[in-house]
Design a protein around this ligand. Structure first.
Ligand SMILES: C[S@@+](CC[C@H](N)C(=O)[O-])C[C@H]1O[C@@H](n2cnc3c(N)ncnc32)[C@H](O)[C@@H]1O
Length: 216
């Protein structure tokens, strides 16, 4: 049983219809700009060893992993079959609405790295998800939760919709630690826009990551 952090009010969202309806049509778009994506791929290159078993939870048609690193297996999860089928990085995938069912259908201690990109902000029961992710992660394995400063506002629970970037970082860390994850590392950085905009000082999407490592 997960340790509850949120109140019922904090779990509420403007659009309470089934999330599966919101994601029924595939969106073959990038949710994050090129600067953010480059930073994320660099972080994955640094942190996730080759031959790791990787789970990209709340995925789409892109996983942001470096193209030249070979992992043992990349498992994907999301809400749209066409997006996941188009994701060339995935060896397998499944669909599951995590706001209806938080049980992750993977064996205990079977994954080396769990990735969530621009997804945590839609979780209404993050405590149960964090607890499940701790169960399926191998000792010494990592959970990397990354996001920027944007969201589909109507689909984000109140706790996220009302919070600042700093609040979001603290909140993710708090939920993880409440379920037994060790204190996570926080990465909070500005990015430089790609191309001429960056050359004249333009900024890209801000980059935030909460990285927790399961005790060995
Ligand atoms: C903004 S997209 C990010 C997709 C992808 N991680 C990326 O980097 O482009 C949000 C994703 O969260 C996932 N998602 C949102 N609500 C969900 C829910 N209730 N249950 C499961 N997944 C959900 C879907 O996979 C959706 O594609």
């Amino acid at each position: 049983m997960a340790v509850q952090v949120l109140s019922e009010a904090q779990r509420r969202k403007w659009d309470s219809s089934d999330d599966q309806l919101f994601y029924a049509e595939p969106r073959f778009v990038q949710h994050l700009d090129e600067a953010f994506r480059a930073r994320l791929t660099a972080l994955y290159r640094e942190r996730i060893p080759a031959k790791a078993v990787v789970l990209d939870l709340m995925s789409s048609w892109v996983s942001h992993l470096p193209d030249d690193v070979i992992y043992e297996r990349v498992i994907g999860h999301g809400l749209n079959e066409k997006e996941l089928a188009a994701n060339k990085r995935l060896d397998s995938h499944w669909l599951q609405n995590l706001n209806l069912n938080q049980e992750i259908p993977l064996k205990s201690e079977s994954v080396d790295a769990v990735l969530i990109v621009a997804g945590w902000q839609y979780l209404q029961y993050p405590e149960a998800i964090a607890s499940e992710l701790l169960r399926i992660t191998r000792p010494g394995g990592q959970l990397i939760v990354s996001f920027s400063n944007r969201m589909f506002f109507t689909k984000a629970p109140q706790v996220w919709a009302d919070g600042s970037d700093r609040d979001h970082l603290t909140y993710v860390a708090e939920v993880l630690m409440a379920q037994g994850w060790p204190k996570p590392e926080i990465v909070a950085e500005e990015t430089r826009a790609v191309g001429w905009k960056g050359l004249v000082g333009g900024k890209g999407d801000p980059f935030f990551s909460v990285i927790a490592t399961k005790a060995s």
